[in-house]
Design a protein around this ligand. Structure first.
Ligand code: NAG
Ligand code: NAG
Ligand code: NAG
Ligand code: NAG
Ligand code: NAG
Ligand code: NAG
Length: 516
């Protein structure tokens, strides 16, 4: 703890004059990201991805579990195709696992219903809010549908070949999770051949992305043939494709087209497939295809957009207090813990309301005494886009934004081309920086990753952003006022003075450098 306190002390000391203490907040993920991942998400499920049942049940058994099962009702009541975005560690993956576990029809290796497991699930959910408060939802929907659950976290874009291989591996994994289809009596020989071609690429190693991008559509059809029920389609980390492609090496510029195709195809399956009843995609960034048009049938929504949705993600203040009671050191310390959390990890505003939600990962990490270093926010976007934070490009604006906030008219969806354009500005040559467009795009990325919180919405659709976390403000300053900035400014000043001197035809007068 010492190191952590030292850090906080340092932050307080060096910046006490910038912001009043109430604004101190570090609502950030607890685990350190790999730089190339952009998503510091602690994955709970890594070893148990094949089965939605055990992971969620395991989470539900923990002391830190907060019952968010009423999200199932929201999922059923809301639109049929929804894309939810939120910064890491607000419980997106946990909620997806919960949906999968709730809806999935458990079957054996031959595809026959496992009635014992269904009964067990009934008992399990019977104790949770969804069944206690909405018994009809449980009787109608528990174990009621085949679920296709894709997680694109594992897709790596270091090269186009790696991209194909990792994307293919995930599609194959999802097919294998429904391996009983290969033995189903309801599938025709042709259906089984289709299934086999997606389950393993060994028969034809040369298949392209174009083939695999249709895989999910094919699987929903085959599942319908077997179960005679429409599927629920869940995609976690859907934005990972674009981010992975953007971070990789792609000299021939193949990936933007392929990623665009996959997003378009997933969107079409979600909206038009006769074999899909509902779709939920989750991720950090609003990645998608511009080709789809601004389409209410595939609604992008932030978990901070309104209290109806935000109550199912992150933690409310009341829930934080409950957790302190369970995980905190002792009754005597509970006020200290609450104060500590509010002080350093203050929450995100819901819309422009006073309601806030806290980052689950950070709060639980704090209460479980996580390694202090891990509680310090890590800011991968700052590293990736560092050159763009130069004072002359975005720095001055961000410095201003850190102090007084900034207005942004967000794009409803960010395309892979947008990301590549920004990458060009970073990689090649910052003179490629495309003024307002790139500035807004970068600010939007920062906001979606949680570096800003929205404090007001204007009727014209633009929002007012503020930085909720003191440590992030600090980091902005470090970036904006980097050493190079001083050198550049000094050189500029000298050049101006020299030019003046030459013009005035005087010599050796350099003047006093302005203190910066
Ligand atoms: C298996 O379970 C599903 C969903 O509960 C049900 O619709 C279907 O009729 C069951 N199939 C058999 C063969 O019992
Ligand atoms: C795959 O492509 C390689 C190189 O183009 C070729 O040599 C090989 O025969 C192809 N394999 C199959 C199974 O078509
Ligand atoms: C950056 O690009 C501009 C115009 O595209 C060019 O004039 C300049 O030489 C480039 N600088 C570097 C360092 O590549
Ligand atoms: C800047 O971005 C806009 C929007 O994407 C684009 O239309 C325009 O051509 C870009 N300008 C340059 C100079 O790249
Ligand atoms: C929207 O309204 C706000 C406040 O009135 C203003 O500051 C902002 O510039 C407007 N944005 C656009 C895109 O017109
Ligand atoms: C050069 O002349 C301008 C006005 O003519 C004056 O403002 C400036 O201070 C002079 N610079 C130097 C270095 O003497």
């Amino acid at each position: 703890m010492l190191q952590f306190l030292f850090y906080i002390g340092f932050v307080l000391q060096t910046s006490a004059f910038i912001a009043p203490p109430d604004e101190y907040a570090c609502p950030f993920p607890t685990s350190k990201p790999e730089l190339d991942s952009l998503r510091p998400l602690a994955k709970i499920y890594q070893d148990e991805r094949e089965d939605g049942w055990w992971p969620f049940r395991e989470v539900a058994g923990r002391e830190s579990f907060v019952d968010k099962t009423e999200f199932i009702k929201y999922f059923l009541d809301t639109r049929k195709q929804l894309v939810l975005v939120a910064p890491p560690n607000f419980g997106k993956s946990t909620n997806l696992q919960m949906l999968k576990h709730f809806f999935q029809i458990p079957v054996d290796a031959m595809g026959a219903n496992l009635t014992f497991n269904m009964a067990e699930k009934g008992t399990f959910f019977g104790k949770l809010a969804i069944c206690k408060k909405h018994p009809s939802i449980c009787s109608d929907y528990l174990s009621s549908a085949p679920v296709v659950s894709l997680d694109l976290e594992s897709v790596v874009g270091s090269t186009p070949t790696t991209f194909l291989e990792t994307f293919r591996a995930e599609v194959e994994r999802v097919f294998r999770a429904h391996g009983y289809l290969a033995k189903s009596e309801r599938l025709s020989a042709f259906n089984k051949e289709e299934f086999a071609s997606y389950e393993s690429h060994l028969g034809d190693p040369n298949r392209t992305i174009a083939f695999y991008k249709d895989g999910i559509d094919v699987l929903t059809r085959l599942l319908f043939v077997h179960h005679r029920r429409k599927c629920i389609l869940l995609v976690d980390n859907f934005d990972r494709l674009a981010v992975a492609a953007m971070l990789g090496k792609d000299e021939e510029y193949q990936l933007p087209t392929e990623v665009e195709e996959i997003y378009f195809s997933l969107g079409e399956t979600a909206k038009h497939s006769a074999f899909v009843s509902r779709t939920l995609l989750t991720g950090v960034f609003r990645m998608g295809s511009h080709r789809q048009g601004h389409d209410d049938n595939l609604l992008y929504k932030s978990i901070f957009a309104d209290p109806q949705i935000s109550q199912h993600f992150g933690l409310t203040l009341a829930e934080v207090e409950t957790l302190i009671g369970r995980l905190g050191r002792s009754k005597e310390h509970s006020n200290v813990d609450l104060h500590g959390i509010k002080h350093y990890f203050d929450g995100y505003r819901i819309s422009d309301k006073q309601i806030k939600i806290f980052n689950t990962g950070t709060v639980v990490g704090y209460l479980e005494g996580a390694d202090e270093d891990d509680l310090i926010p890590s800011l991968p976007l700052f590293s990736i886009y560092k050159p763009l934070f130069r004072f002359e490009l975005l720095g001055e604006h961000l410095q201003e934004a850190g102090e007084h906030g900034t207005n942004l008219a967000p794009q409803w969806v960010i395309s892979i081309t947008d990301l590549f354009q920004l990458r060009e500005a970073v990689n090649a040559n910052v003179t490629n920086f495309n003024g307002t467009h790139d500035k807004d795009l970068l600010v939007q990325l920062l906001q979606e990753a949680g570096y800003f919180t929205i404090t007001a919405r204007h009727p014209n659709g633009s929002v007012h952003l503020e930085i909720p976390c003191l440590a992030v403000k600090e980091a902005y300053e470090d970036l904006v006022y980097h050493d190079e900035f001083f050198v550049i400014e000094e050189e500029k000043l000298e050049r101006e003075l020299e030019a003046d001197a030459t013009k005035n035809n005087t010599h050796g007068h350099k003047g006093k450098k302005k203190g910066l």
